[in-house]
Design a protein around this ligand. Structure first.
Ligand code: ADP
Ligand code: ADP
Length: 231
């Protein structure tokens, strides 16, 4: 059974059907690319997994069991992490504080041992090989580095499903290569990755399977080896 399955998921916004009975499977340890033109429904799928949007019909199964994702908190509790353009982080706080978000209530930061916070943050950044000073204000980092902080947080929360939304859109070539390496490491560790991208070359480089949406409809899923048998 797949790690994550969407069955007949439908979402309407008034007269617009953003998702029309979509099926989507994610295995543990795969990079599953999701492609489609603007308006195809990719963001809607992501928001449903993030707990920011509720579906109108269909089922979501995790390890074969139906789940409800009614809030971002539910998503985190289920081990689903979303790395997207509008970052979940707080730019005015330090990297270390952002890495402690969700675990320590806001009001307790004042009483948190600052050195312990920094040590934990360093450990989390080390786990993904990110060379970032946890004392820096998050907003002062490049988008790529901010994304790395988000990924470090997801990894530290033992996310099993990671959704990446156009992750390289704002990255330099060097940062993109670092991200690809990280994606491969997470795949090897058994994480299921949904990789939303319109860049064919990076999808080609990373994806085990590719699903295409068009106008809220599911067009199809192909194994990488079906597309390029010489692979
Ligand atoms: P994609 O991410 O693939 O570009 P979206 O999921 O953003 O696609 O959008 C799918 C369809 O749903 C589009 O027609 C879009 O205009 C519509 N849509 C998305 N969000 C809303 C919303 N909040 N209100 C109304 N229509 C929306
Ligand atoms: P993204 O591709 O990152 O979702 P968009 O520019 O498509 O960015 O959408 C920005 C916001 O507007 C999103 O929250 C989306 O749900 C909403 N939105 C998208 N299309 C529509 C629409 N046709 N009517 C109302 N809201 C929409």
């Amino acid at each position: 059974i797949p790690l994550l399955r969407l069955e007949g998921v439908t979402k309407r916004y008034g007269a617009t059907t953003a998702l029309d009975g979509v099926h989507f499977d994610l295995r543990a340890g795969e990079v599953h690319a999701l492609m489609g033109e603007n308006g195809a429904g990719k963001s809607t799928l992501m928001k449903i997994l993030a707990g920011n949007v509720q579906r109108d019909a269909g089922r979501i199964l995790l390890d074969g069991a139906p789940v409800e994702i009614e809030s971002p908190k539910d998503a985190t509790a289920l081990g689903i992490a979303i790395i997207h353009q509008e970052l979940n982080t707080v730019p005015a706080m330090t990297v270390a504080e952002n890495l402690a978000l969700g675990r320590e209530p806001r009001t307790r930061w004042g009483s948190l041992d600052r050195r312990a916070l920094l040590r934990e943050a360093r450990e989390k950044l080390d786990r993904i090989g990110a060379d970032i000073d946890p004392r820096r204000e998050l907003g002062s980092l490049s988008v790529g580095m901010q994304q790395m902080v988000e990924i470090a947080r997801a990894v530290s929360e033992d996310a099993r499903v990671l959704v990446l939304d156009e992750p390289t859109a704002a990255l330099s070539r060097g940062e993109s290569l670092q991200l690809y390496r990280l994606v491969r490491e997470m795949r090897a560790a058994g994480v299921g990755l949904v990789y939303i991208s319109h860049r064919m070359e990076e999808v080609w480089e990373l994806a085990d399977r590719i699903t295409v949406f068009r106008d809220g409809g599911y067009v199809g899923t192909r194994e990488r080896t079906e597309i390029n048998p010489s692979d």
